[in-house]
Design a protein around this ligand. Sequence first.
Ligand SMILES: [Zn+2]
Length: 559
Amino acid sequence: MMYRKSNILSLFVLSVFLAAGSFAQRELGAKPTKTGGPLVFEQAAFDVESYELSFNVIPDQKKLEGHAVMTAKIVIPTNVIILDLDTPYKVLRVSDGSKSLQYEREESRIKIFFPQTKQVGEKIKTSVWYEGVPRIAPNPPWVGGFMWTKTPSGADWISIAMQNDGADLLFPVKDHPSDKPDKVTMDITVPDPLFAVGPGKLEKTRQNANNTTTFTWRMTHPIPNYSILFDAAPYRVIKDSVKSITGEMIPIEFYILPESFENGQKLIDETKKYNAFYEKYLGPFPFRSQKLGIVETPHLGMEHSTHLAYGNKFRYNEDGYDWLQLHEFGHEWWANLVTATDWRDFWIHEGFQSYMDSLYLEHLGKKDKYMEAMRRTASRTRNKQPVAPREQKFSYEVYLAGPDFVSSDGDIYGKGAVILHTLRYLIGDDAFFRSLRRMAYPTKEMETYTDGRQTRLVNTDDLLNIAETESGMKLDWFFELYLRQPELPKLVSNINGGQIELHWDTPNNMPFPMPIDIVVGNGKPIRFSANNQKQTYIVSCSECPPISIDPNGWVLKSH
Ligand SMILES: [Zn+2]
């Protein structure tokens, strides 16, 4: 998901969208519902294996009829489990696939009771029939729900966004990032001539007697819950392919509105360039046995695994690329291949991706623009809450800020990216880029997997351990200061002629042996080992040239 800039900018974005006639009802102050957070016992007790979902979509009533079958394995003995399902839905029946099961509907939860306690390792199956008028997205994609909108030609254009709210906006789910199903099958029935697009591969389509068609999509890789959704419109499809660094061909499918068709191939060609960039730094496109999928959406965009939501209207920036597509596509690595176990580590998605967004400039041979982007981002950090808190969090608690959680925090994006930039300076390019690659694929062997075993769940300590191994340096002090508490270190410097005194002033005097560049005149940067104690560096000069500290902006510090 791209960063939701301040409300002022949202107003500007809104005016663009209004001009483009996509949305009328955007509520800028809307707050997401809860997703993730502390894991309750009745959800920790089972490990989801698959969801088989059937949706009957009724646009003229803005209604959904659903049937959701979950299979899971018991990991803690229990006779009760809980699934999350948004309040607008009425539960009609619950069974174990054959016999009815007792259940209680509590707000946005379904408590399901089994006649006996299920033992560790036992498989369970729940089948839930439900229907309702889904929540309308007040400010998509940031505050989610359904979008029942129209294409420029007036046809139905149905879309869903639910990262900050949870997949319970669409179906009964164990709504926690720590549990990705290994497989998902989705039967989506929509009125003709709509085409419904989902994750994975299109297995079949069935023409029904009542002028509807059922599209069956099947994803055979672990997938984050918020990517388990569909978009529908009178889509046309552009098919292409690109060779991966593994030598395998990656199938590309772009589901695009007829009105945008002539713009499609250029975005695909651009995406091939982005793929080459990501594969160079992070290893092969992870879902090459499924598809590199793009779907044109009425909202700005989202990293829906193997069916990326694209709503940037084919705009290219001054450097000739589409920042939104570059960003969302990169999340196939940082979010879908490597997924945060809890929203407290959300920065692993957005901070890593924001770093790649700027690194792309260096990849284009514009290192100065990369450095400029890092300096600009560093000057905008909020430093109000830790980028990676240790306690479990609902996603909006990390994504949004302030007592009312309405305005964006954004530090998981920008500050996260600059922390990686500073880590690069500290440990050096070789160790840093090896660490990025190993964070994406811990072993070379995993780069060869195409059955889902290449995906994994991580937290911030995974990066700490990898970077320490790759650099041979102790780095816990760096992670403690930059990620586990909000304040920035302050560099206290005193330059008197050729005498330079430097030390780091840190919250609670946290240890911070962070080197910093000193540049004398136009000389080469001198790496000075500053720390919490005052250190002096002498430049032997009578007419001393100007002396600057970290002029390139490698080290994130209070501004
Ligand atoms: Zn993002």
